[in-house]
Write a protein that binds this ligand. Structure first.
Ligand SMILES: C[S@@+](CC[C@H](N)C(=O)[O-])C[C@H]1O[C@@H](n2cnc3c(N)ncnc32)[C@H](O)[C@@H]1O
Length: 220
């Protein structure tokens, strides 16, 4: 369901430039660029960007290789966006705060920062537990591990290949909507909208994710 996301991002860009943090293979950036929005991307992974470069329309998109918490790109943007839970790839609070400050430095006055991210799923954990299995099959076992003391989690995957288990672990920092609002405020941004999804369903206590938009004041 990419169309509502691209519609909303195009509206927020409002005729200006957009910057995607963690652009990856261009899943969102390419259709947004096809809508006439000039898109620039930042990504750490040369391999992901190489895949983007194989796709039609990629020649219209400039990408800077670097860490989106600190990498600067020339010019001002009317929209910066960070989707698909990618804020959680920054595994410390300091890095997440730095990301908001970096975004604010890229935004033109009145510009917007949009994040799409899940609400931490702590309520799904069995009482007293910190491990949450989310996929169990004869050849695959996947589970999240939470460390509440440092607001960290990891997604872990065990796959049986030729009778042996192969293990992969990806670290994340889970973050609540209210903490993101505080990070935005530290960076000089204010919450403008928060929805449950791209179609602007209301965000409620039962929402499992949110699409949030913070704004830089027109007078900054
Ligand atoms: C889950 S993928 C999402 C890609 C794309 N935004 C999408 O929605 O399809 C996350 C991307 O963020 C990149 N990434 C993760 N942490 C990063 C960081 N600190 N700085 C730059 N890129 C990062 C990864 O290399 C990957 O391409």
């Amino acid at each position: 369901m990419l169309a509502p996301a691209v519609d909303l991002l195009a509206r927020l860009a409002g005729g200006g430039r957009a910057l995607e943090l963690g652009i990856g293979t261009g899943r969102v950036a390419l259709p947004l660029a096809r809508r006439g929005v000039p898109v620039h991307g930042i990504d750490l992974s040369r391999a992901m960007v190489a895949r983007l470069r194989t796709k039609p329309g990629a020649e219209t998109i400039n990408v800077t290789i670097g860490d989106f918490a600190t990498t600067r790109v020339d010019g001002a943007f009317s929209l910066v966006y960070l989707v698909f839970n990618t804020i959680s790839n920054l595994t410390t609070q300091d890095e997440q705060v730095a990301c908001f400050q970096n975004v604010a430095a890229h935004l033109a006055p009145g510009g917007c920062f949009l994040i799409e991210v899940g609400v931490p799923e702590l309520r799904k954990l069995p009482p007293g537990q910190h491990v949450l299995p989310f996929h169990v099959s004869p050849t695959k076992f996947s589970f999240d591990i939470y460390d509440f003391a440092i607001q960290a989690m990891s997604s872990n995957y065990v796959e049986v290949v030729n009778g042996r288990g192969e293990y992969t672990s990806i670290p994340f920092r889970y973050v609540w909507p209210a903490e993101l609002d505080l990070m935005a405020r530290i960076a000089g941004l204010r919450l403008r909208d928060r929805w449950e999804d791209w179609t602007k369903e209301p965000f409620t206590a039962e929402s499992r994710r949110h699409v949030s938009v913070w704004e830089k004041s027109v007078s900054s």
